[in-house]
Design a protein around this ligand. Structure first.
Ligand code: NAI
Length: 398
C-alpha cells in the first residue's frame, strides 16, 4: 500500500505506517486541485491536516484512493459526500487534543482569578503593583461548564482536583463524573457560577448562545471562557459587559473570523481590555496532541486497510472487524440499493466457495460488506463482484 502524507504530519504517523509495511511519501506543503491530483497517482492512502483541499474533482479522478486520514479534528476540507460515493473511508482524531484544551482552560481559570495577565503586562512596562485587591483563590468557587462532552467532562475532573465545585449544563443527559452537578437550565448555571466555560459544538442553537441577555444573567464579577467556537459568544456584547465590570475577565481562544496564516493581522473588539486573555486558537495545540493525532489517525488507517475495520470513520458505515487469523476476506463498498447482498452471494456460490462469516452495514449512500471465506476465491470472483453495477470498491485481504 502506498501512502502520501502532506502538511508535515507528525513523524509518528510515518513510522507507524512504515512499520505496517506501507510505502510512505511525504510532502511538506498543503495541496489542492491539479497539483494534488498529480501527486495521487497510485496512492492508496492520503494523510492531510487542515489546509489541503480534497474536493469532489480531486476524489473523482483518483480511483486507487481507499482512505483519507485527516490528521486534525475537523473534516470540512474534504468533500465527504463524494468520498462516500467513491467508497473512500475518511478518519480523523476527534479526542486527541481533549486534554490539551482542558489544561489550557484550567490555567486560564487561575490566571483570570489572579489578574495574572494584567499584572505581568504591567511588570513588562516597568510598573510594580503588588496588591491582593480583586485576586482570589479558585478553591471553593463554582465552575459552570456548558457542554459536558469530551472536553467539558475532562475539564470538570481537573477542576475538582483544584477544589472547584463543578456544575454543568448539556442538552443531552450525561453521566456526572466525580461530584459534578447537572443543572436543568442554562439560566441556573449562568446565574450561580463564578466561572463559565463553553465546550459546545457550533450548531444553530449554540450560535450566539452567549449574548447580552445571558451576560446579564451571569453573576457580577464572574469570568467567561470560550475555547469552543468563535461565534458562540457575541463579542460586542461581551465587550460591553467587560467594560462595565459586570464580567470581571474573559479568556477567548476562538474567534468569528480567524486569520488564515501565522503572522497575518488579527483584530477583535476585545483587544486592549483589562483582564482579557486572547489566544490564537491554541486550545488543542500541544506537541502531545499532535503526536496523539498522528497515532490515532494512523492506527485507524492501518486497521481499515489491513482488516477492513471502519470503526470511527466519519463518512462510512461502521464495521468492527477482527484481524483475519486464517482464510480470506472480501471487502465490498456498494451503492445502498436493494438486492446487492443476494447478487454477491450468488457469484460466490457459483464458484462453490464457503462463506464463514458475513457483516454488512449501511448508511444513506453506501453499503459496506465484509465477507470471510475459507479458501481463496479465484481472481475472476473479485472481478465479477466489482463488475456489478452496484459495486464501488472491492478488495481482498488475507
Ligand atoms: P463533544 O461533542 O464531545 O461535546 C460537546 C457537548 O456539547 C455534547 O455533550 C453536546 O451534547 C453538548 N451540546 C451541544 N449543543 C448544546 C447546547 N445547545 N447546549 C448545551 N450543550 C450542548 O465535543 P468536544 O470534543 O468536547 O469539543 C467541544 C468544542 O470544543 C467543539 O466546539 C470543538 O470545536 C471545540 N474544540 C476547540 C479546540 C481549540 O483548539 N480551542 C480544540 C478541540 C475542540
Amino acid at each position: 500500500m502506498k501512502a502520501l502524507l502532506l502538511e508535515k504530519v507528525h513523524i509518528v504517523a510515518k513510522n507507524l505506517l512504515q512499520d505496517a509495511d506501507f510505502s510512505v511519501q511525504e510532502h511538506a506543503p498543503s495541496e489542492t486541485g491539479a497539483s494534488l491530483i498529480s501527486k495521487l497517482n497510485d496512492v492508496d492512502v492520503l494523510g492531510i491536516r487542515s489546509k489541503s483541499l480534497v474536493t469532489k474533482d480531486v476524489i473523482k479522478v483518483c480511483p486507487d484512493l481507499k482512505a483519507i486520514g485527516a490528521y486534525c479534528i475537523g473534516t470540512n476540507q474534504i468533500d465527504l459526500e463524494q468520498a462516500t460515493k467513491s467508497g473512500i473511508a475518511v478518519f480523523n482524531a476527534p479526542f486527541s487534543n481533549t486534554r490539551s484544551v482542558a489544561e489550557l482552560v484550567i490555567s486560564e481559570i487561575i490566571a483570570l482569578s489572579r489578574g495574572l495577565f494584567t499584572k505581568a503586562f504591567q511588570m513588562h512596562q516597568g510598573v510594580w503593583n503588588k496588591s491582593s485587591n480583586g485576586c482570589y483563590e479558585v478553591r471553593g468557587k463554582r465552575l459552570g461548564i456548558i457542554g459536558y462532552g469530551h472536553i467539558g467532562s475532562q475539564l470538570g475532573i481537573l477542576a475538582e482536583s483544584l477544589g472547584l465545585k463543578v456544575h454543568y449544563y448539556d442538552i443531552q443527559k450525561k453521566l456526572p463524573l466525580g461530584n459534578a452537578v447537572s443543572e436543568s437550565t442554562l439560566k441556573k448555571l449562568l446565574s450561580n457560577s463564578d466561572f463559565i466555560s463553553l465546550h459546545v459544538p457550533l450548531t444553530e442553537q449554540t450560535q450566539n448562545m452567549i449574548g447580552e441577555k445571558e451576560l446579564e444573567i451571569m453573576k457580577k464579577g464572574s469570568f467567561l471562557i470560550n475555547a469552543s467556537r468563535g461565534t458562540v459568544v457575541d463579542l460586542q456584547a461581551l465587550k460591553k459587559f467587560l467594560k462595565s465590570g459586570h464580567i470581571a475577565g474573559a479568556a477567548i481562544d476562538v474567534f468569528p473570523k480567524e486569520p488564515k496564516e501565522n503572522l497575518d493581522e488579527f483584530s477583535s473588539p476585545l483587544q486592549k481590555l483589562e483582564n482579557v486573555i486572547l489566544t490564537p486558537h491554541i486550545g488543542g495545540s500541544t506537541e502531545e496532541a499532535q503526536e496523539a493525532i498522528g497515532v490515532e489517525v494512523s492506527e485507524s488507517l492501518i486497521k481499515y486497510i489491513n482488516t477492513g475495520d471502519s470503526s470511527g470513520a466519519v463518512n462510512f458505515p461502521h464495521l468492527h472487524l477482527r484481524t483475519l487469523q486464517e482464510g480470506f476476506r472480501i471487502l465490498n463498498v456498494h451503492k445502498n440499493v436493494p438486492g446487492v447482498l443476494g447478487a454477491i452471494n450468488k457469484i460466490i456460490s457459483e464458484y462453490n466457495v464457503n462463506i464463514s462469516s458475513q457483516q454488512l452495514a449501511t448508511n444513506s449512500i453506501i453499503g459496506y460488506l465484509a465477507m470471510d471465506l475459507e479458501k481463496k476465491p479465484k481472481q475472476e470472483v473479485i472481478e465479477k463482484i466489482q463488475d456489478l453495477e452496484t459495486s464501488i470498491q472491492t478488495r481482498i485481504i488475507f
